[in-house]
Design a protein around this ligand. Structure first.
Ligand code: GLU
Length: 460
């Protein structure tokens, strides 16, 4: 059996980290099992769905490398198929028209609430042997309801939550088509999961209440339901369910803020799944370890500081030539064209950065003007040090432009002026890089253009 999983987002609002985690696990499960991963856009809520939201989903998945093998399929384009399956179900006696008006339904609900009963459809229009149905009201278009079994239980072994059993008596007859004939959400999901041969449904546990209804529809269609794994919610830092309403960012914003795709995959993977105590791992390791047995059972909480830390670890171990184009993209947004020094700049500065944006901020000093603070200038550029800086500038003019030669010039100036390295290195950094805190000054200078260094030292 080929494992087939899917991600089935509703394109309403942008996709945040909590949502994309529901794409990561089914993708990883498919990849880990040489299976197939399908993307399905659940766009039947016409008022809230937008193409812009679809674009962000696709862009975010592409960025994170969550490639799909089939799709995107759009539910709105499958309406004919849903209607055909509906007709089939109706022909097999699983569906009946219900003419109960909204007012009658409201009154029923109120009566049930007053009697402290769970509000549910009471089966007025459900045909039964020997039962006389009420007279069909004129001019009313009925909804179609699914004849949920009355007896027995619906049960499944949820890969996260364990065995779940729901008594059919708890479930009322679900509306599966509206008066205009359009099928409703739960029905479309079942037809899709059936047609797309989905073997494992891995999704948020906000859908766990839909599952017994979906299983009953599967059975009515004569199909075996897939395996289900319902993922606990992702909470934001305040402990609320992550949502755009309370400040969640679009996935793609993390790319713009300088996070690495592999670090995001690593972080999101750990947000609800574990492999022993491993915190930092590559995409390949993740795929070789991922299974459904180690999914967490309780809600996971987003922690930005940890995400930054994970990102920093990936940044440090990433190849400089791979890092450079990512940093170049941030520089380009500031109108800066980088050159082939950029991977060496990455090598020199990445240890002190936790995002590619921070790395780009360092790189800027090599391609654009720098401006030291008055405070740093006053502190490090003293009259006592100016003669040594002038001397250094003089000697650098005829120096070969590499780290060792520059280091030798520094040593000679320090000796002649009886200074220690920091006395000279700090003001030079302030002038050349705009800050006194940089990696070793000879290495930094060697990556700067000689002319630029000489110009900046003149501003002592
Ligand atoms: N469209 C649903 C959502 O975005 C997911 C449905 C499913 O995975 O079955 O929450």
């Amino acid at each position: 059996m080929t494992v087939r999983t899917r991600f089935a987002p509703s394109p309403t609002g942008f996709i945040h980290l909590g949502n994309i985690r529901s794409a990561l696990y089914p993708w990883a499960f498919a990849r880990a099992n040489q299976g197939e991963f399908i993307l399905r856009i659940e766009d039947t809520d016409l008022e809230r769905s937008s193409q812009e939201a679809v674009d962000v989903i696709i862009e975010g998945m592409k960025w994170l490398g969550l490639d799909h093998d089939e799709g995107p399929f759009y539910q709105m384009q499958r309406m004919d198929r849903y209607k055909a399956v509906l007709a089939e179900l109706q022909a097999r006696g699983w569906v009946y028209p219900c003419y109960m008006s909204v007012e009658e339904l409201d009154a029923l609900r109120e009566r049930q609430m007053a009697n402290k009963e769970k509000p549910r459809y009471d089966g007025t229009w459900r045909p039964e042997e020997g039962k006389t149905l009420p007279p069909v009201p004129e001019g009313v278009k009925p909804v179609l309801r699914f004849k949920n079994p009355r007896e027995g239980v619906v049960a499944w072994d949820d890969k996260v939550k364990g065995r779940i059993e729901i008594s059919n008596a708890e479930l009322d007859d679900l509306v599966i088509a509206r008066p205009d004939g359009t099928p409703t959400y739960n029905f479309c999901v079942v037809v899709d999961d059936m047609d797309m041969n989905i073997t494992h449904v891995i999704r948020g546990d906000d859908h766990v209440n839909n599952t017994p209804r979906q299983i009953n529809i599967f059975k009515a269609l004569g199909k075996e339901p897939p395996v289900y794994a319902h993922l606990p919610t992702v909470l934001n830092e305040q402990g609320e369910k992550m949502s755009k309403r309370n400040g969640a960012k679009a996935v793609t914003q993390y790319r713009d803020e300088g996070y690495l795709a592999d670090a995001m995959v690593n972080y999101l993977a750990r947000l609800g799944w574990s492999h022993g105590d491993d915190e930092i791992f590559s995409r390949e390791q993740f795929l070789s370890w991922f299974d459904l047995d180690h999914l967490g059972r309780s809600a996971a909480q987003f922690d930005e500081a940890k995400l930054r830390w994970v990102n920093a670890q990936h940044l440090k171990s990433m190849e400089d030539v791979a890092l450079a184009p990512l940093v170049a993209a941030h520089l380009a947004r500031h109108g800066i064209d980088a050159d082939d020094r950029l991977s060496d700049i990455c090598a020199l500065f990445k240890d002190r950065c936790d995002t590619t944006v921070a790395l780009a901020d360092w790189a800027k000093a090599f391609y654009a003007d720098v401006q030291a603070s008055e405070e740093d200038r006053a502190k490090h550029l003293t009259d006592a040090i100016r003669p040594a800086i002038a001397d250094l500038r003089e000697r650098l003019q005829s120096c070969d432009w590499n780290k060792d030669a520059i280091g030798a010039v520094f040593k000679s100036v320090l000796a002649d002026h009886s200074l220690k390295m920091p006395h000279l290195a700090m003001p030079v950094r302030v002038l050349v890089m705009g800050t006194p805190q940089t990696p070793s000054v000879d290495a930094v200078l060697a990556l700067q253009e000689k002319q630029k260094v000489l110009e900046r030292l003149q501003k002592a």
